[in-house]
Every structure is written in structure tokens, then in C-alpha cells.
Write a protein that binds this ligand. Structure first.
Ligand code: 3PG
Length: 214
């Protein structure tokens, strides 16, 4: 998969909804109802972070949920990429971008949303052909004002900011011309998942799905 093909695929995923849920799922039994609740609320693109023992099984289970597009987050190594792809992930997300990880995604044919948090990192990815990037950690690295400043010299780069974003500040990002969507965990709170409160997850997802984009 070429970087251009990767960027097109990542952009299509980022256009599905204004918010990509960032999911940390400990118990595979919650995977299907959680994915269904998010999709029902209007959020089809789901990022399952590889931060729990169950993550790959969760991806495998969620990949069967109708209307969902499931990806793997926190990709760090070639082994992560291979395992995510084998589990049925349709895209990958990484907090930063290393040469090895990018090559692994290109070789394995997994659409990658690579992370950047500076002008030089965004330029290095752009040089390689990646026009769709994750901005991480968004709030801590300069927030919406930082991305707004990048849109003038680097208008060809589109971002999905993630990290510290909630319903309160998502609009600051989504109103920018270089932001297609934001990522966030607020739509799938730990306590709601543990309690099986899927109505609450759908309510939060619907609120996120209704956010206006530029
Ligand atoms: C992450 O990778 O943890 C995401 O950036 C989610 O951040 P959040 O929990 O602040 O939404």
C-alpha cells in the first residue's frame, strides 16, 4: 500500500464522523455491545487501543459488528501491525511515527494514521506522502491554536487531533479547515463500560456525532 493510498483510506475513515472513539477495553465480553452502542449513536469508526491484553480479541469481535469500521490504536511495532491486521483491523493509529512502523504498515497494507506533534514531524510525514495525520497529544502539544497556526504553511496536511479532547473543546478543533475529525475516549467512559450502561454510551456518541464540522 503506497503512502498516497494510505492517506486516502485514512481520510475516508476520518470523514465518517466528527469523532473517532478511542477505546481501552479490558473485557472482550463488552466489545460487541460497546461497538453496537457507539455505531447506534452515529460513530462508526472505532479505534481499539492495543493497551490491554484483550485488545486483539476485542478487535476481532468488533470487526463483526455491522456498520462499524474497526481500527487498532497505539501501534508501536511491526508485530503490532501484523497482529492488528490479522485480527481484522481496517486501519491503524500510532501516537508518533517511526520509519519502521511506517514501513510495516505499507508492507502489510494497513492504512495508517500516523502521529505528529510538531511542524518538522508533520513535514517529514508529508515528504513521505502522508497528508492525513494524527495530532497527538493535542491539548498538551499546543491545542487548536497550534493546529490553526500550521494550516497556513502546511494547508495540505489534514489532522485528527487526539488527547485531552472532550465535548467541551472538540468544537475548537472541528471548526479548523485542517481538521477532519477528532479522537477521544470521552464517548466510552470506563465506568459506563464496566456497568454495561450502553444507553449512556449511545447518548454520548450521539452528542459527539452531532458536532458540526467546518
Ligand atoms: C489516547 O491515545 O489515549 C488518546 O489520545 C485519547 O486521549 P483522551 O483519553 O484524552 O481522549
Amino acid at each position: 500500500m503506497t503512502p498516497a493510498e494510505q492517506s486516502i483510506a485514512a481520510e475516508q475513515i476520518c470523514r465518517l464522523a466528527p469523532v473517532v472513539p478511542v477505546l481501552i477495553v479490558e473485557d472482550v465480553a463488552t466489545a460487541v455491545p460497546l461497538a453496537k452502542a457507539l455505531v447506534a449513536g452515529g460513530l462508526p469508526a472505532l479505534e481499539v487501543t492495543l493497551r490491554t491484553k484483550a485488545a486483539l480479541e476485542v478487535i476481532r469481535a468488533m470487526a463483526e459488528v455491522e456498520g462499524g469500521v474497526v481500527g487498532a490504536g497505539t501501534l508501536l511495532t511491526r508485530a503490532d501491525v501484523k497482529a492488528a491486521k490479522a485480527a481484522g483491523a481496517q486501519f491503524g493509529v500510532s501516537p508518533g511515527a517511526t520509519q519502521g512502523l511506517i514501513e510495516a504498515c505499507e508492507d502489510e497494507g494497513l492504512a495508517l494514521l500516523p502521529g505528529a506533534s510538531s511542524a518538522s514531524e508533520a513535514m517529514a510525514l508529508l515528504e513521505r506522502g502522508y497528508t492525513m495525520q494524527k495530532f497527538f497529544p493535542a491539548e498538551q502539544a499546543g491545542g487548536a491554536a497550534f493546529l490553526k497556526a500550521l494550516s497556513s504553511p502546511l494547508p495540505q496536511v489534514r489532522f485528527c487531533p487526539t488527547g485531552g479532547i472532550s465535548l467541551k473543546n472538540a468544537g475548537d478543533y472541528l471548526s479548523l479547515p485542517n481538521v477532519l475529525c477528532v479522537g477521544g475516549s470521552w464517548v466510552a467512559p470506563k465506568d459506563a463500560i464496566a456497568a454495561g450502561n450502553w444507553a449512556e454510551v449511545t447518548r454520548l456518541a450521539a452528542g459527539a456525532a452531532a458536532l458540526p464540522r467546518s
